[in-house]
Design a binder for this molecule. Sequence first.
Ligand SMILES: O=C(O)CCC(=O)C(=O)O
Ligand SMILES: [Fe+2]
Length: 260
Amino acid sequence: MVERILFNIQPNYPPPTLISNNPPTYEFTNGLILIHDFISKEEEEEMIREYHVVTSSREGRALKRGAVHYGPHFDYTTFAVSKSASTPPPEYLTRLLDRLPARDDRDIPDQYTLQHYPPGTGIPPHVDTHSAFEETIYSLSFGASTRMDFKLCGEKESRRLRLPKRSLGGGVETPPPELAPSVDSVEEKTEEWELELPARSLLVMRGPSRYGYTHGIKGRKHDQDGARLVARQDRYSLTMRRIKPAERIGCDCEYSHVCS
Ligand SMILES: O=C(O)CCC(=O)C(=O)O
Ligand SMILES: [Fe+2]
């Protein structure tokens, strides 16, 4: 019965272009780049070990998503970078910098967030703050693969997002409620991609995928693989970003309804 209900999921996005063989590197039409085998199995084991050493004093068995920050701290409630709090990144993270497909200095990260996703946990759809961080955002997956959802974010979708109250950049003012069309009256085309991120792969978000699409991971205990349900394993990720210098804070992208 289950097998009759489940069907083979075909990729729901345009096929990517293989831009390098060693390691296999794919470029997607919305600006994403996925590099397979970005770290070795030994490095993966070391990063998992270190994550648990650093978080060992936390109470109980982790049931929720956990995070460890290095570099200048970012306050997710005010969406601001702390001027005072900074933790130097360990060598097992900084050694990755030389391997990144950086185009220039702005692509070299200075902020690192390690996260642990026990099975059943995820991260809500969001757009990483445009004004505070440079364009390129890196996400290294390790421990296990996962599915990340990308959604081209129209105005309707953007109203469901938790955006900071005040835009730092030259964003468009939100009209007062009496002038704004109701959410349900807005007709718009959206695009949803479900992308498999293999363990030890590096995802690079640039262009539309960074500025106009939300990304998130559903909090599930199983994923569907053809007719099979596959139990999720503990997944870890390393998000790397570069904080903009004060004089460049702001954003003038074309996705004003998700620009923050
Ligand atoms: O876990 C990931 O790969 C993504 C994390 C993320 O989107 C974030 O920290 O902003
Ligand atoms: Fe993110």
